[in-house]
Design a protein around this ligand. Structure first.
Ligand code: COA
Length: 500
């Protein structure tokens, strides 16, 4: 047996709990609910899922899978392809499970990520039969030290009937980075004592009743790297528009020179936009976010960031090798928290977060669709974008003004699915420009969005749509021509372009 593995089980009472992945998989039965660690392909259990895929070759079963967010290929690809996931929540991002969701093979509940823990705590999600948690170590007093994400693991461990640990000495040892704080039940809860992005308010590991630990499995599989695409000219332009906006806010005395803590969403666009701070004058920045992607580490390397707080670290292969090879250089500037704290409305509002998330499409009033391609097909999920948007000091959405080589306009008359309403969206930025919507009436918002954010190929068509909408509604408060509000989507479905 691996000596590093044995050394990481520092709680003597647990030494005889080591089992094979096959044994652990044999405990999992048809109809069970599993609470699994992992958040955006980081810190997920990987070895037991592979054993479950193997078991599915000879046994018919299905389970419900609740996690922090999206998982790597062992669950969201291979378990989905094996047909053993009945229901999945609260977020995914893998083409295989996306296909299963969009062909009716897997049920999916797309949820605000700060809400999951409350629903698990109330027993609305669950009962959770097994929490399966990847760990880097188990401490002398029986605390679980997570790996590259915290996510929902603390509440899953607290509420599950039994716990299985995947102890993985091959994952980066981030002991000391985590800060685990679990609020009490609602009604008996104190204020969350977080006053700055760098505050530490909890324990360094996940407390667990060791009697609940049914088994410890040796895992050696590393996180799957993130697949983000490098910044390009247009994402660089979006970043420049955003930096210009923030500079103007500082000039007007509305923001301090080092801004307020920044949140940056998942995906290539948000990562590229954050990267834009690299060659700027901004310094002493703070990140209070959910996922820490490559750009955060580029900014840490450039000494632009004082503190980066999140719930997971999701890096490309190249960035991961560099960061985890020198993790001691970063440790005192990183904190990983449970997602109900990283995304908590109370904390986000108190700290005055500047939230930057990505839209698939936005409409002329500023409603945003982040999740449903053409209004019907799930992309990933809304993740934490709503948690931050609804509570941020400034809620910003970024997107290129077009998709699919120009055949889709990202600004449409009416979004085909509403994730973030006009009441929550403060600013929209595309490579064309930026619209500051704060305090504007619907008709003012239309002007700001069409004139600043829309691609030239679609500008005139949107102006015409709006003028007709004014006419047919008698200049109503929010003019829409309901007969043609979704015609752009219908056209795309029929002709593969929104262009007339
Ligand atoms: N209609 C159809 N497809 C569209 C589209 C639109 N209006 N806009 C973008 N797309 C497609 C792109 O073509 C691309 O497709 P491909 O993978 O086939 O190339 C895909 O969506 C991703 O778009 P991309 O421009 O590469 O953006 P991204 O990687 O930054 O991802 C989101 C954008 C919206 C999918 C992603 O940010 C997301 O899932 N957001 C929701 C969750 C969230 O915001 N979490 C943050 C919380 S901290």
């Amino acid at each position: 047996m691996d000596t590093l593995f044995n050394a990481r089980i520092r709680c003597n009472a647990l030494e005889d709990k080591v089992v094979t992945a096959e044994t652990a998989a044999s405990w999992i039965k048809d109809g069970m609910s599993l609470g699994m660690s992992g958040f955006t392909r980081a810190g997920d259990a990987k070895t037991i899922p592979l054993a479950l895929v193997e078991k599915a070759k000879t046994e018919k079963f299905q389970v419900d899978v609740y996690t922090g967010a999206s998982l790597g290929p062992e669950v969201d690809q291979m378990m989905a392809e094996a047909g053993i996931i009945r229901k999945r929540a609260p977020y995914q991002g893998d083409p295989a499970i996306r296909k299963a969701i969009n062909t009716g093979k897997v049920l999916y509940t797309d949820m605000h990520l700060s809400h999951n823990a409350e629903l698990i705590r109330q027993g609305i999600i669950g009962p959770i039969d097994f929490a399966i948690i990847e760990a880097t170590a188990i401490t002398e007093d029986g605390m679980i030290i997570p790996t590259t994400s915290v996510g929902n693991s603390p509440i899953l461990v607290q509420m599950a009937k039994e716990v299985i640990i995947e102890l993985n000495p091959e994952q980066p040892n981030l002991e000391g980075i985590h800060d685990i704080y679990l609020p009490a039940d609602q009604g008996e809860r104190d204020p969350i004592p977080m006053l700055t992005a760098s505050d530490r308010i909890g324990t360094k590991g996940i407390p667990v009743d060791i009697k609940k630990i049914k088994g410890i499995v040796h895992s050696t599989i590393k996180d799957a790297p993130s697949l983000i695409v490098e910044p390009d000219e247009e994402t660089e332009q979006i970043a420049q528009h955003l930096l210009g906006f923030l500079r103007a806010e500082i000039k007007k005395g509305r923001l301090p020179k080092n801004l307020l803590p920044l949140q940056s969403g998942v995906g290539s666009v948000a990562n590229a936009v954050l990267n834009g701070f690299l060659n700027s004058e901004f310094e002493e920045l703070e990140i209070y976010s959910e996922v820490l992607q490559d750009a955060v580490f580029h900014l840490l390397d450039a000494n632009k960031i004082k503190i980066a707080s999140g719930t997971s670290i999701t890096l490309s292969e190249e960035c991961g090798t560099r960061v985890y090879g020198n993790i001691d250089n970063y440790k005192d500037r990183l904190v990983l928290r449970p997602q109900e704290i990283s995304n908590h409305p109370e904390v986000i509002r108190r700290l005055g977060i500047i939230a930057i998330n990505t839209a698939l499409e936005a409409d002329i009033y500023g409603n945003v669709n982040s999740t449903h391609v053409q209004g019907t097909h799930m992309m990933n999920g809304l993740g934490g974008s709503g948690d931050f948007t609804r509570n941020a000091r400034i809620a910003i959405f970024v997107t290129k003004s077009y998709a699919k080589g120009g055949d889709i306009s990202s600004i449409v008359p009416m979004v085909a699915h509403h994730d973030h309403t006009e009441h929550d969206v403060d600013v929209i930025a595309t490579e064309q420009g930026i619209a500051d919507l704060r305090g504007l009436a619907p008709k003012e918002r239309v002007q700001a969005i069409i004139e600043n954010c829309v691609h030239p190929d679609y500008k005139e068509a949107l102006r015409e749509y709006y003028n007709r909408a004014v006419e047919v509604t008698g200049n109503a408060h929010t003019p829409h021509n309901l007969e043609e509000a979704l015609a752009w989507h219908v056209n795309y479905k029929k002709t593969k372009t929104m262009k007339k």
